[in-house]
Design a protein around this ligand. Structure first.
Ligand SMILES: [Fe+2]
Ligand SMILES: [Fe+2]
Ligand SMILES: [Fe+2]
Length: 474
């Protein structure tokens, strides 16, 4: 058929491939689906790894990266599930484990004993294997007949390559040669798992290997206790009440942007908390995990907006702004996953009225800080989406909108924030860090501090973040 010509030399086959490429046998539907299910399995398990490890991972940058990568995985899992469903497959068998060695592979990474091993497992073994498999899929399959799968593989590759670039940098910064050397027997186990499975995609010959579990020999236990790195020196500090300041009309807009950057950066505790809901709520439809993980990523993004806001003003937030973890710690250790979701929904509902996200955006607009206005604009839009996610999953489960709000209020009220106990135990002095930050920002703005703003000194001892008065210790 080499003499075949398109009309007026127009691109044939809609431009997706050459005539020769379209003539090769490629993969059967059955072979294609078998491979897709393996990518699907690995991405689903990587979603679990990123999600389940981000709360207890102390390093802030990794928490943020894991939040994004969990979101990417959740999205590609959704796309692959849809594609498998298009391939004459019911019953889809998407919850089945495609090969026992792949299960060992993923269990081992999930149970990696420390950050360095975790990074090696994800970014030095799992994602490179996935990249190779997806590239091979595109090389092996018939580009015309299997175009919908090719498209999914191609889009996935875009983000997998981004994840790999990120991971390469992390490995360079955190994993020494000595650590890598020490991890060698374990990395060999991971390689053996893939070899036993005939490669991640199963297209190779399966090599008989004895697989002895190492890190996952004892079943993995999810750790819901949030941890932070050394840039969070005072994680119990509840010495500066951002909301009371923000809603006090006597204070000007410009210093309020600092409080909003603080509130944004403090949103780091939302991914820490949401990850625990996702980790401890099994057997939901995939769209639940996908929506929740998208929200988790948004919350991480909001935290980084706060980080950017401070960096922009030359404020060294780790030294000057005390970002606490009291909310995620309390919720993760005191409430059930559904109760945590109830509190999240209750708080996010409270953001929707006039005094909530619109107000913050207006403050940003009124301030001299265009970055604050921009970030609040998107923060608001995202929070509207989150209220929708709450309605779709949490409210539907409760079955009644009013009951859902009341239950959230009730759960939030029973959370113990031991303000005074933490102080007595020496966990924090609830130091008022506000004057220092405000003074630093004034220097940047080249203005003299306003004495009334400078002397702001209201803590969270009696007024909680939704401005409800605390009664007793609750
Ligand atoms: Fe948020
Ligand atoms: Fe937010
Ligand atoms: Fe939110």
């Amino acid at each position: 058929m080499s003499t075949y010509q398109s009309f007026k030399d127009l691109p044939s086959l809609a431009g997706i491939c050459t005539m020769d490429e379209a003539m090769k046998p490629g993969l059967s539907v059955e072979a294609c689906v078998a491979r897709l299910k393996r990518y699907h399995y690995l991405l689903k398990r990587l979603h679990q790894v990123f999600n389940n490890r981000l709360t207890s991972e102390p390093i802030y940058e990794l928490k943020m990266g894991f939040s994004l990568h969990a979101h990417y995985c959740a999205e590609h899992v959704a796309a692959l599930r849809k594609r498998v469903g298009e391939m004459r497959e019911p019953p889809l068998g998407l919850e089945a484990i495609p090969h026992p060695a792949l299960e060992v592979f993923c269990d081992e990474i999930l149970a990696a004993p420390a950050t360095e091993q975790l990074l090696l497992g994800i970014y030095d073994r799992a994602l490179p294997a996935l990249k190779t498999a997806l590239e091979k899929h595109i090389a092996d399959t018939n580009l015309l007949a299997d175009h919908p799968s090719v498209r999914i593989c191609r889009f996935a590759l875009l983000e997998i390559e981004e994840m790999l670039r990120y991971g390469e940098q992390c490995l360079k910064s955190l994993v020494t040669d000595a650590v890598r050397q020490e991890a060698q027997p374990w990395l060999t186990l991971l390689d053996d798992c893939l070899a036993s499975a005939g490669g991640l995609d199963g297209s190779g010959a399966a090599v008989e290997k004895t697989l002895t579990r190492q890190h996952s020999a004892k079943p993995y236990q999810y750790d819901a206790v949030p941890r932070r790195d050394e840039r969070f020196p005072d994680p119990y500090n509840m010495g500066v009440n951002a909301e009371v300041f923000l809603y006090d009309e006597s204070f000007p807009a410009t210093p309020k942007t600092l409080m909003m950057f603080y509130k944004r950066l403090r949103e780091i505790d939302v991914p820490e908390m949401m990850a625990s809901i996702i980790a401890e709520t099994p057997d939901k439809p995939w769209d639940y995990y996908r929506d929740m993980t998208r929200q988790l990523w948004d919350e991480a993004r909001h935290a980084m907006m706060g980080e950017v806001g401070f960096a922009n003003l030359g404020i060294e937030w780790p030294k000057q702004v005390m970002i606490n973890f009291t909310w995620s710690l309390a919720l993760n250790t005191q409430l059930t996953p559904l109760e945590r979701h109830a509190v999240l929904y209750f708080i996010e509902q409270g953001l929707m009225p006039r005094t909530g996200k619109r107000f913050e955006w207006e403050v940003g607009q009124a301030s001299q800080n265009p970055l604050s206005a921009l970030f609040q604009d998107y923060d608001w839009a995202d929070e509207v989406l989150h209220a929708r996610v709450g309605r779709d999953w949490y409210v539907k489960q409760i079955g009644d909108a009013k009951k859902a709000v009341d239950y959230g209020d009730e759960c939030w009220s029973k959370v113990l924030m031991n303000w005074e106990t933490w102080r007595k135990e020496g966990k924090t002095a609830h130091r008022n860090w506000w004057p220092e930050v405000y003074a630093a920002a004034c220097k940047n703005w080249n203005v003299a501090p306003d004495p009334a703003v400078l002397s702001y000194n209201t803590t969270y001892e009696t007024v909680r973040a939704d401005l409800k008065n605390l009664v007793g210790s609750a």
